[in-house]
Design a protein around this ligand. Sequence first.
Ligand SMILES: [Zn+2]
Ligand SMILES: [Zn+2]
Ligand SMILES: [Zn+2]
Length: 310
Amino acid sequence: MDLKDDSTLAFLASFAKKHREDIQPQFRHGVGIIYEIENADLSFERIRNYEQEKLLSVTGSRSYSACPRCKSLLLSLRLSCPDCKKLSLARSEIMIHYGCEYSGPVEEFVSQKDSEYVCPKCSKQMKRVGIEYGRPGIGFKCQDCGRVFQYPLVNAVCHNGHELKVDEIDLQHFPVYRINDEIRNFAEVAEYFASIQQALAGKGLEAQVLCKIRGGSGVIHIIPLVVRAGKTQVIVDFILDESGFDAKILQKILRGADLSKYVMLLFVPEGLVGRLAPIVNPEKIKLVPLSGNKKKDPAAVAEEVIKAAG
Ligand SMILES: [Zn+2]
Ligand SMILES: [Zn+2]
Ligand SMILES: [Zn+2]
């Protein structure tokens, strides 16, 4: 599924609860670099938004080979003959006859008799390894010009056909991310949401935790808590602290507009209520102050939801 608005804390929190490890970039054939969170493939651009919103931080990076001309990360190796540059190589164990200095694939030396070798060039018998003949290991034979060598010429070819020498290959770096502690703490709130859900059930209201809703634009939003109260549907969301506040609130407002059928109940730090009140439509977004880090009693949240639902 393509998650368009995936900045939701709950989405990351749910992931953070299950995974301690960092989020590594992954190369996906035909797609490029993605970051996988909760079975959703997020583009680099998208996960960078998380970083800008201070939901994630960079803990390191991984480098990927890239074509310097077209930036493609889809490189394949091309082994060719160092002499004639042709691509018709055969890989084999190599044998060398010291007497005439002929070398070639071991198959060329095998004679009719078992465990006996005959040099294909000078037709002499070879019996003692290390004295009459040597076996230096794996090598290549060019089937075009006949040359035998240990190391072929290695080039890379990108997806778009650009041929590169190894020292021309570019490197592109993609960050490794870690979900910030704030969100990790939010993972605990998943249970809190469940208790709010229960409190609402006690009042006869149906609520869903971590809900995906398609907005008017077709974008899918992940909502921490959605409550159905008669005809009204209430989205319950939180801004837990003031860092990155501008981006967060803009996102909530845009989301509110995209989900115009819903009333949003937004819990925000006490200090933000005064700044927010003038810029939100009180009919659509109802602000509820959170004091300190204290979670509001689920029963009290349920009361606020019922109030918001009218
Ligand atoms: Zn290229
Ligand atoms: Zn060759
Ligand atoms: Zn020979």
